[in-house]
Design a protein around this ligand. Sequence first.
Ligand SMILES: [Zn+2]
Length: 256
Amino acid sequence: MRPIMPAALALILVALAAGADAASCRGRLDALGTARVLALDPQGVRVGRKQFPHTLDLGPREVVLTFDDGPVAGSTALVLDALAAECVQATFFLIGRNAEANPGLARRIAVEGHTVAHHSMTHPPTLAHMPYARAVADIERGIAAVERAVYGQSGGAPRVPFFRFPGFGQSPALLGYLEAKGFAVFGADLWASDWIPMTPPQELSLALARLAAAGRGIVLLHDSKLQTARMLPAFLRELARRGFRVVHVVPKGAAH
Ligand SMILES: [Zn+2]
């Protein structure tokens, strides 16, 4: 019998664990839950009204939860715990070097059924101000590092062709590069400004006020921030209480 390669084994384990996670949420009527899965054809997609003219096709009170800059020790695990407690799936835009440093956490994000997306290798302050070739290299190294950490191998077409620019530092040339590679580029519709230090209750009220004003949309948070991890359980409870529904975005054709 042909031995199973480690990479293939890792994929099988990811699939099995995702199934187990879904099973643990069956019948959990008390949880916020994931209301629906949006299978996105990534080609040419640029979404998020903070950066682009369009956003995802969301109904009233539908939100897409996104987390940037992980995985990091401490806060990312707390974010995953909070999402699991409410049976909610989110999208994580991982930094390549963080995935390399914390491969167990990177795998846990995938195992628990979340979408693993890309956010460059080193999170330069703005890719748009770097020489084009260096910027592309940073993007590609990031994608490869995340794929290696999560799936045990890289190369070929990325499993999730979703990218978010660090600091939204995009340029027409880099947008064109990502479009040619078949990537969807994610901006955001609202955020909690969690790069500014504040207490979890302050961040909670800011996030809820902005969500109430927007009514729907792609919400940007950072799993790298402890203040966000600490306000998340209350935020998810409030989403449920206020009748918001969580939409999980996956690339079209992905097994879900
Ligand atoms: Zn970032």
